[in-house]
Design a protein. Sequence first.
Length: 439
Amino acid sequence: MEVKKYETNYNKKVVFNESSIEAVPFENAENCIKINPNKKYQTFIGFGAALTDAAGVAFNKLSPEKQRKFLEECFSTQGLNYNFARLPIGSSDFSTEPFSYSYKKDLSDFSILRDENTTLQLAKCALEINQNIHFLSSPWSPPRFMKNTKILIFGGKLLEKYKQTYADYLCKYILEYKKCGIDIEYITVQNEPEAVQKWESCLYSAKDEADFAINYLYPTFIKNNISTKILVWDHNKDRLFIRASSVMEYNDADKAIAGFAFHWYTGDYFENVSLTADKFENKLLIHTEGCTGFSNFNPNEEIQNAEIYGHDIIGDLNSGTNGYIDWNILLDHKGGPNHKKNYCNSPIMLNENETDYIKNLTYTYIRHFSAFIQPSAIRLEIGNFSEELEITAFENADKSIVIVVMNRTENDAEFNLDLDENIISDKIYSHSIISYLVK
């Protein structure tokens, strides 16, 4: 049994260090954490990030050589191995300005030209590195003429008389992107449908969202031979189970709705992910957004931010999540550009003079998962969980097994992993993360 070990310990300046470790036959090892390859759970789609307008603007400031290197560090097997990407439909808070694709009630002026040098360009470039990317798209607001408030920001609601027009608008978006070589495999009805934001936003109750998804969007997809899967919620985990349960009560919901999307901003709530996964076993669960507040490359916050990611990824995966998408794939050194000035971090950010980019520690922590847990991997059961350590395990399609162990405590820890009666005995330092690839 070959075991490769990859270790990151920020305090000791160890970053993704590769080594080999021996697995020995089972001989009454104590305090074993058992990885059970015979008990399997959800199938995983992949990891990724959002290709926002802001990310496209930052990307365009890099030289062609730096652009290519950045893309490889995100989408190649030597980097993050991303195979998932979220695309905003129209403008979001991480756009340089508010915009929609149409301003006329008959949609005769519909155009995605505004995306050509930002989001669309990034998507095309990503496909040059990895041809197997899944694209998921989310709107932050319908065009202003379709809303009761007549503005993109501060919430508002989609007017009843424009529901079909809006369904047609979203279809046009998917078809136009397809012409450009981008197949939108998933779509969410609305980003954060219960939030009134100072940026682009729109409110949907469970009834509103179910009605639009089931009675307008899904039939319009069928009419236009569009196979894009519809996800609902796309908001925080604290109300995930409530919204999922409410929407799925409506007639034809099972036929129209493929799953649920969620964000992390209100805290863990991993139990809500588990409850949703258990109740709706045939539906997808996809984490579509999460980020940390802007820290201006503060070394004191590097570990904290990275561990927020590691903790959330492990908790979501162990609760039944099928896909994990980060927020902005790239930002400038200020955490933007952003037309509402709500700046944040991203795993990769431009340096101050915008000639190169910096990989934050969050990049490396994400890589400990995304580099090894492959598309179609299946989660394995873990027994005798350690109280100090956070662990997840997957079996890839090639039968290799990935185990990720993270230690957020102040103490070093020794542990034994029991994998099919082979023991991996090891030590993890405080505030460290280790990935094991077993073949």
